[in-house]
Design a protein around this ligand. Structure first.
Ligand code: TXA
Ligand code: MG
Length: 364
């Protein structure tokens, strides 16, 4: 794949195993120290890493991803020492979050120090930090001796990668290397919480839920689109860092949600008939239970991607981006998506990503 800016380079694929772990991480750390870009798995999604304190290397991330300038990058850190290098005036509550959720899928936005270049923070006075719960990025940060700027390793506007092949589909020829460490455990991006305001604000929901955060630091304000609030769904003004469009597939996604699982299945059936009668090609993104509502023949005729049981949002979250990528590449007119998954645990983040991907939403 040729990079539009003409910087076609060979992207090395570094397959990591127990046996070669040290050699591979040393190799990747050297690429980073020399100012290169390396993609790698984390427990959430694959990230694209470069020295986060060097504006020239950070620019390479923006170019490779075609990321709009001004959209802030977060930094992956390995230790409390790393944090002191880049953040100041750290509130007590932020330290509590670090103690509770790090290493893990929580990005904490703090006041930044001048060591962090403007390009990294998107000209904001703040910086998002995360200590990932994954051996590869932790060792890489340690051995590269610098916090890594590491956004998700996809082209801007595409879904985050949960497999190395997704990274290559988007960024081959644009980055120096990808470490193939298999599928990511969670499959959705981290929760982002801004600790520079009071009450703290959740900018993006991930595997760490609102309730879990509130147990540790008290009241917080969710501001991501589609958050459930007392009066229904929240569609607030976008905050800094939320201005840029999230992933929406090229193919129209129609999401069906409702309290009754039976009604959701029925409605997907009705919509399927409607679209088919117009001669359209339809894709189905379904829970196993909703798939059970259709005959094997119906499922065979249409492109169908199963996300697993609606009672297990963890499994569905892991497969969601793969499902959206697969169906979006199938040349369809519409994707009918099942919103009947449990909202507990990772379900809140799963439903949030489905709502963001969808341009039409049916509530039954
Ligand atoms: O799980 C993750 O967070 C993954 C892995 C690779 O670590 N990374 C990731 O990065 O999803 P990215 O850049 O694709 O998403 C980070 C989100 C963006 O929506 C960005 O706008 C927001 O966090 N963000 C970063 N720094 C911010 C800041 N200082 N203030 C507000 N929002 C910020
Ligand atoms: Mg991203």
């Amino acid at each position: 794949m040729k990079a539009e800016n003409g910087n076609k380079k060979e992207t090395r694929i570094l397959r990591v195993s127990e046996v070669n772990f040290d050699v591979i991480i040393d190799e990747a750390a050297e690429i980073i120290r020399k100012g290169g870009t390396v993609a790698f798995p984390t427990e959430t999604v694959y990230g694209l890493g470069a020295d986060g304190l060097n504006p020239d290397t950070v620019l390479k991330i923006f170019e490779a991803k075609e990321r709009p300038p001004g959209n802030p990058l977060s930094l992956l850190v390995h230790s409390r020492e790393d944090i002191k290098k880049v953040a100041k005036n750290i509130p007590e509550k932020a330290l509590l979050l670090m103690d509770t959720f790090w290493p893990g899928p929580l990005t904490i936005v703090l006041e930044k120090k001048d060591t962090v270049p403007e390009i990294t923070s998107g000209n904001l006075p703040t910086i998002g930090l995360r200590m990932p719960d994954h051996r590869i990025p932790l060792e890489l940060v340690k051995r590269a001796c610098t916090p890594l700027a590491a956004p998700s390793a996809n082209l801007s506007g595409k879904p985050s990668p949960s497999l190395a092949i997704h990274v290559l589909a988007d960024l081959a020829g644009r980055i120096d290397a990808v470490i193939d460490g298999g599928g990511t455990a969670i499959g959705l991006e981290s929760t982002v919480v801004d600790m520079t305001v009071e009450p703290p604000v959740v900018l993006r929901i991930g595997a760490v839920g609102i309730g879990e955060l509130e147990k540790v630091i008290g009241k917080i304000r969710p501001t991501y689109a589609g958050a459930e609030s007392g009066s229904g769904m929240l569609m607030p003004e976008k905050q800094a860092g939320q201005k840029y469009s999230h992933y929406t597939p090229n193919t129209q996604v129609v999401l069906v949600e409702g309290k009754s699982e039976e009604k959701v299945s029925e409605q997907i059936g009705i919509l399927l008939e409607e679209h088919v009668s117009k001669g359209q090609k339809v894709g189905l993104l379904l829970s196993d239970e909703t798939a059970g509502f259709f005959t094997a023949e119906e499922l065979n005729v249409h492109d169908c991607f199963l996300l697993g049981s609606r009672k297990e949002p963890e499994g569905a979250a892991k497969r969601l981006f793969e499902g959206l990528r697969t169906l979006d590449a199938a040349g369809l007119d519409v994707i009918l998506a099942d919103g009947s998954f449990s909202h507990s645990g990772l379900g809140a983040a799963l439903i949030n990503r489905l709502r963001e991907a969808a341009s039409v939403r049916h509530l039954v």
